[in-house]
Design a protein around this ligand. Structure first.
Ligand SMILES: N[C@@H](Cc1c[nH]cn1)C(=O)NCC(=O)O
Length: 454
């Protein structure tokens, strides 16, 4: 299958940038809606008469729905194109938020958040599929990172601006306005977004039920996709789990910070990602061979950070060290975007949506497992948890980090072996790498099917 994306080194036109911006705004809205409970948590507890455990259910449900929807989303976007899926995503998020605005009972509110989660789930993969079609391969990492930066802006909008709106306009008006605006934006997407550059054919494929399974299997069996899955798994879950659920109680209850201090420290997760993300995207776009060394540097740093946080006697760490630790962990968000460049590089364009969905499952599975495990290990009563309790509960993060690092190592070596084998067959490979002492011995050529390496 050939790629009809723009050629390498091609200039990006104004029209392409407008199409991408219209699509990336949907992701900005998705992250805004996703994060909106962060500042509305106390009000939600009051409104739905629920405690902190039930409040956590909102987050776990939303992230669980998101993870479960990634492969279906990838398939949908490969079948119908990003415009149709993004339009549906904006409509889902709008309806979900409108429902949340008027819900006064917990079950209805859960349904609203699940609807929102469905829309959210359809967004990022669609925007990246659009990037793959509109930008040359050597700009993909840059636009992936810039798309992620739009998300960070959405996250920021869900902090102080949303707090002010909630304070002045109240729950129903605020969420109804956010929902209505998002529903209307679905129209903008339908009218403005184009799946492919002008003059190029559609890149969608209709598949039978049997072919759907083959399509997913084909994406999953590519060593580059599998490496992306584990890179995403290992890098993104810690900063996201802290930002979405456990960071605030950890900083307040285990580290003795005030609510305001904890909020400021957690805002580092967004600010560092916003500033460093595009720089990391540009660096890895220019130097694809730096992708995995960067991931290893992050994983080494994260291991050291957790060793300090969890190994500190008594569990109460000096505050400046906590700030540095959170700052370093926040690099995991931008580092996780490297995983999408791997999916893009090692899959044909018609399968990039599905491969991106597969990769995105990695991080969100790890976030779901972390959020649930930490809650279970804390014993359900977060309000009474001590620093020692948090140390035990956060061991779940250490376990997932070790698992993710090990699998990344395994699939890195396999992906490199596949690249060497493809090169020996005279095929074009996306990165120029040299054999190292840690590389696997050369695979028999028959073990690496041609379509595994683009
Ligand atoms: N790579 C992340 C996004 C990110 C980048 N910088 C900080 N976070 C990702 O996988 N996003 C998917 C999503 O739907 O948010």
């Amino acid at each position: 299958m050939s790629s009809v994306a723009a050629p390498l080194g091609a200039r990006t036109g104004r029209r392409t940038l407008l199409i991408w911006t219209a699509a990336a705004v949907v992701y900005l809205l998705a992250v805004f809606h996703r994060s909106s409970l962060g500042v509305a948590g106390l009000e939600a507890a009051d409104r739905f008469h629920i405690g902190s455990a039930a409040l956590g259910t909102f987050t776990v449900l939303q992230i669980g729905v998101y993870a479960a929807m990634q492969v279906p989303t990838g398939l949908l976007v490969d079948r119908f194109g990003p415009r149709a899926v993004l339009t549906t995503a904006a409509a889902f998020m709008g309806v979900g938020q409108l429902l949340f605005a008027v819900a006064s009972a917990f079950p209805l509110a859960l349904l609203a958040r699940a609807t929102l989660g469905m829309g959210d789930a359809m967004t990022f993969v669609s925007v990246l599929r659009l990037c793959a079609a509109h930008f040359p391969r050597d700009r993909y990492a840059t636009y992936t990172a810039l798309t992620a930066a739009f998300g960070m802006v959405g996250n920021l909008a869900a902090t102080v601006p949303l707090t002010l709106l909630l304070d002045s306009a109240g729950w129903t008006a605020t969420f109804a306005a956010a929902g209505a605006l998002t529903s209307c934006y679905a129209l903008v997407v339908a009218l403005r977004v184009r799946d492919t550059p002008r003059g190029t054919p559609a890149q969608t494929t209709a598949l039978s039920a049997r072919e759907v399974a083959q399509h997913v299997r084909a994406a999953w069996s590519v060593p580059g996709t599998r490496l992306g899955f584990w890179v995403h798994f290992s890098t993104m879950f810690a900063p996201s789990s802290l930002g979405l659920l456990w960071g605030f109680p950890y900083l307040v209850q285990a580290q003795g910070m005030t609510a305001a201090q904890a909020g400021s420290v957690l805002s580092l997760l967004v600010l560092v990602a916003l500033v460093l993300g595009p720089a990391i995207g540009e660096l890895t776009a220019r130097h694809p061979t730096a992708r995995l060394p960067f991931v290893w540097a992050y994983l080494g740093t994260a291991t050291a950070v957790w060793a300090v946080l969890l190994g500190w006697p008594g569990g109460v760490v000096p505050k400046p060290l906590v700030v540095v630790a959170i700052g370093l962990l926040s690099i995991g968000g931008p580092a996780s975007s490297i995983a999408f460049a791997l999916a893009r590089d090692y899959n044909p364009i018609a399968r990039v949506g599905t491969a991106t969905g597969v990769v995105n499952v990695g991080g969100f599975c790890a976030i779901t497992v972390t959020c649930l495990s930490v809650g279970v290990l804390l014993g359900g009563n977060t309000a009474d948890a001590t620093p020692a309790d948090f140390r035990v509960a956060f061991l779940a993060i250490a376990v997932l980090l070790v698992l993710g690092t090990w699998r990344t190592w395994v699939w890195w070596r396999r992906a490199r072996a596949a690249v060497f084998a493809a090169r020996e067959r005279g095929e074009a490979v996306p990165v120029r790498i040299r054999r190292r002492v840690f590389d696997l011995p050369a695979l028999p050529v028959a073990e690496v099917r041609p379509e595994r390496v683009a």
